[in-house]
Design a protein around this ligand. Structure first.
Ligand SMILES: C[S@@+](CC[C@H](N)C(=O)[O-])C[C@H]1O[C@@H](n2cnc3c(N)ncnc32)[C@H](O)[C@@H]1O
Length: 380
């Protein structure tokens, strides 16, 4: 049976050849931080379940330690309150609301952030505290502040971070509001996703400093962006390669709704295959175009629903070929999506890394190619 140190070394060896985590200083951090202190009990997805069911894995499970070092995300909370300890029998369904992000992603994000000795960093989303401990190892306790929204999650993280021998500054609160004491940060890293950049972040990070965050929304599209602050409240940057997703920051989550009833509306043929908005970049484009809409459905049956206005769009395959869309309400959600998908197709269907973001006094705009390319305003 391998020891934690052996499993840790094997995990870091497994990252060899991955340039995204080639920095020896971050590898040293991964070798030094015992992930088993941050894992505790967690939820493992039940293979083949739909919707995904989760079964609790506890320290007493013979494969617990091996799973802790499997370079997987360890889900530690569902639906904002359900912990593995709460599940006494069988498996449960729910939406992950806290986790220890998979180590290779944490390390590559820390590396992409581009920190240097002496930098002051603000982390939003302490979670289990694993990424915080890595950051504290690299930067020194005094240079790192981490904010967690959920008080119980924050309490567990604080204990784990202490047990691992680190003492960064920890805050319980809404990280979207930034450091409550204000701050002059060189870098900000978020391990929860946001619908738009919280304006305060671009004031708390100094001009020349950088923010690394995943943009997301209610359409399940994701894009990891590295934004350089150009002036107080302003910044620009490009989205990065890869397929990074994070749970959305709690204040940016979709509004609660009753189960959806599909109502009549105006019907027409669609110009695009609806399934495209269920692909990695298609969902991203659709979300940019209709940011107030929640997306549901599978395959050619896509549903967009805007709770605030009651606007709906739903597509279906047509028996004679092609697809139709039924739209109702003040927002023509499908028209918005179709125009955006066609603009993206004309631009050559780039992956998220072909997009950029500019934040200015007048708003936040995601664009394709360059600032004067096709673009969409974020719902700030
Ligand atoms: C993916 S987990 C963080 C993973 C963590 N960095 C780690 O390595 O263990 C995301 C965390 O963000 C927290 N969160 C969500 N909204 C937040 C907010 N507005 N401010 C601070 N934390 C938030 C969640 O409670 C959750 O614990």
């Amino acid at each position: 049976m391998s020891t934690p140190a052996e499993l840790r070394a094997a995990m870091v060896d497994g990252f060899a050849g991955d340039d995204a985590i080639g920095d020896p200083a971050w590898r040293a951090a991964a070798l030094a931080v015992p992930r088993e202190l941050f894992g505790g009990s967690f939820f493992a997805p039940v293979p083949g379940s739909d919707p995904t069911a989760y079964r609790p894995v506890h320290r007493t499970d013979p494969r617990w330690l091996e799973q802790v070092y499997a370079d997987e995300t360890l889900i530690t909370q569902l639906d904002g309150h359900v912990r593995p300890e709460d599940v006494t029998e069988g498996a449960v369904t729910g939406t992950p609301s806290s986790s220890s992000t998979l180590p290779s992603l944490v390390l590559s994000m820390w590396q992409q952030l581009g920190v240097e000795a002496g930098h002051r960093v603000l982390e939003v989303g302490t979670g289990t505290g694993y990424s915080t401990a890595l950051g504290a190892h690299r930067l020194g306790d005094g240079n790192l502040t981490s904010i967690e929204y959920d008080p119980l999650v924050a309490e567990c993280a604080a204990a784990a971070i202490r047990a691992a021998g680190f003492a960064p500054r920890l805050i319980v609160g809404d990280g979207l509001l930034g450091d409550p004491d204000g701050g002059e940060y060189d870098r900000l890293i978020a391990t929860c996703a946001v619908r738009y950049l919280p304006p305060g972040w671009l004031h708390q990070v100094k001009p020349g400093g950088a923010i690394l965050v995943t943009l997301s929304g209610w359409g399940f599209g994701f894009g990891l962006v590295r934004l350089v602050v150009t002036a107080p409240g302003e910044g620009t940057g490009r989205f990065l390669p890869g397929c990074t997703s994070f749970m959305i920051a709690r204040p940016h989550d979709r509004p609660p709704r009753q189960s959806i009833s599909l109502l009549p509306g105006e019907e027409r043929p669609t110009r695009i295959d609806p399934e495209i908005i269920a692909t990695w970049t298609g969902s991203w484009v659709a979300q940019l175009a209709a940011p107030s809409a929640e997306r549901m459905g599978v395959g050619g049956h896509q549903i967009l629903s805007d709770v605030a206005t009651g606007s709906q769009a739903r597509t279906a395959p047509h028996p004679a070929g092609g697809w139709t869309v039924v739209q109702r309400g003040p927002l023509r959600l499908w028209d918005q999506v179709e125009d955006a998908v066609e603009a993206w197709q004309r631009a050559g269907e780039p992956h998220q890394e072909g997009f950029g973001l500019t934040v200015s006094a007048t708003g936040q705009r995601v664009w394709i190619g360059s600032e004067d390319g096709p673009g969409w305003n974020l719902p700030i």
